[in-house]
Design a protein around this ligand. Structure first.
Ligand code: AMP
Length: 225
């Protein structure tokens, strides 16, 4: 089972992708987390990705395909994957299909987590995350138990450099330009589900589960939930 989560910055796609992976027993793969880890460790991919990430721009497709190809080869945690933040361009969507086909797999469902730009900017201002384990908190709706400390791993929480308002607005522009064709691609193939991400996180999580028919294994589409 392969599910891809698509969503603008601040949409909560990370939270819902993670929850879906836990609920369905699939591996959660966030390309943003993988890249941040690579930047921190100063690997070849990290060095190639850093300037784009700092500028709120997408990392080039070749770098992303190298990263994902390697990840699929590792097969650590089995073949079932929830992709979080990948693919983000049409070339990545087509590339992913090719990589999966070579391994006898396919994308079963694409989940669009939808949000307006102003709502996203407001949300990001309240967001802090753990660079160590990737956990994300909201100072208003989901604060950590101890200020500045990750509940899950004890890491030191911080505001990501790409969560500042100006960068968020740049990332939104980039999202519309680059990722809208990905949404259209999955819609045309009849595997797109979509949920508006307003309201309490548990309520949105229930809508996501319903839109995926549990784990995304039933056919049909469920747009507009
Ligand atoms: P995220 O945590 O998913 O918001 O990603 C953070 C940053 O990592 C993005 O702003 C991009 O610079 C980069 N990134 C993550 N996933 C991708 C992708 N699929 N394609 C290109 N860049 C990506």
């Amino acid at each position: 089972m392969i599910i891809v989560f698509v969503g603008a910055p601040g949409s909560g796609k990370g939270t819902h992708a993670r929850r879906t992976a836990e609920r369905c027993g699939l591996r959660h793969v966030s390309t943003g987390d993988l890249l941040r880890d690579a930047v921190e460790r100063k690997t070849d991919v990290g060095l190639r990705a850093k300037e784009y990430m700092d500028a709120g721009k997408l990392v080039p497709d070749e770098v992303m395909m190298d990263l994902v190809s390697e990840l699929l080869d590792s097969r650590e945690g089995g073949d079932g994957v929830v992709f979080d933040g990948f693919p983000r361009t049409l070339a990545q969507a087509e590339g992913l299909d090719r990589l999966l086909a070579e391994r006898g797999l396919k994308v079963d469902k694409a989940m669009l987590v939808d949000i307006s730009e102003d709502e996203a900017v407001e949300r990001m201002a309240l967001r802090i995350s753990c660079p160590k384990c990737g956990a994300v908190y909201n100072l208003k709706s989901n604060p950590p138990g101890v200020e500045g400390v990750c509940d899950k791993c004890g890491g030191k929480l911080e505001v990501r450099s790409d969560d500042r308002e100006e960068t968020v607005r740049d990332r939104f522009k980039e999202f519309r330009r680059q990722t809208q064709p990905v949404i259209d691609y999955y819609r045309d193939r009849g595997i797109l589900a979509s949920v508006r991400t307003s309201g309490p996180v548990d309520e949105v999580a229930r809508k996501v589960a319903a839109a995926l028919d549990g784990c995304g294994d039933a056919g049909g589409t469920s747009e507009g939930a």
